[in-house]
Write a protein that binds this ligand. Structure first.
Ligand code: ZN
Length: 193
């Protein structure tokens, strides 16, 4: 236990705050990331009654480093699952997956090996490609981004079915119909199919 720490009264509930260690403790880290595990042996001032925890100046750096390490592990595994989903669902190579996000295959390899950490932005991009299959498919076909035309785009033939990580055939996709004529659609560009 840390020298100089004196138990104090919890400002929330009036209980006693003591240095606590042990398994099963977690901390919120960042939006979109599940709470991360706190090292069992790290002492954290915690209220015996309400469970509120407080920052201990002496161990704050240690805690943040541990959470950063856990986050890197989590995001490496998370990215691996997202990449595997894209590969399986679209029958794509790792090179194609890397290309869809605008990075080199070796960069992706480093990320998957845990040698580099993906930025939050890059992680969000991969998640978006996983969440919206037509966008990934567009990259596979080398098509350019049309702004601001919403049509035509690749549409899932069976929108009533939830999109899952299961692979599906290219035949399951169709081009959406062109938009109805009218002034509101003047800016819509019909892309050759
Ligand atoms: Zn309390």
């Amino acid at each position: 236990m840390r020298q100089g720490f004196e138990p104090f009264t919890c400002p929330e509930c009036g209980g006693t705050v003591r240095l606590t260690t042990g398994p099963g403790r977690t901390r919120e880290y960042r939006r979109g990331v599940p709470p991360l595990a706190v090292p069992d042996e790290l002492p954290i001032p915690t209220c015996e009654d309400c469970g509120d925890s407080f920052v201990l100046v002496e161990t704050e750096g240690e805690l943040n480093k541990a959470l950063d390490d856990r986050y890197r592990e989590w995001q490496r595994d998370h990215l691996a699952r997202v990449v595997a989903l894209l590969q399986r669902r679209h029958d794509a190579t790792k090179r194609q997956v890397a290309s869809s996000a605008g990075i080199t295959p070796s960069h992706l390899s480093h990320l998957l090996a845990g040698q580099d950490a993906a930025s939050a932005t890059l992680l969000r991009l991969f998640e978006s490609l996983a969440a919206y299959p037509p966008e990934f498919e567009r990259h596979l076909q080398g098509r350019t981004f049309l702004m601001p035309a919403p049509f035509p785009c690749l549409a899932w033939r069976a929108p009533q079915e939830p999109l899952t990580g299961e692979r599906f055939a290219a035949a399951d996709w169709r081009w959406s119909p062109p938009p109805p004529p009218g002034p509101a659609n003047d800016n819509v560009v019909q892309e050759a199919v």
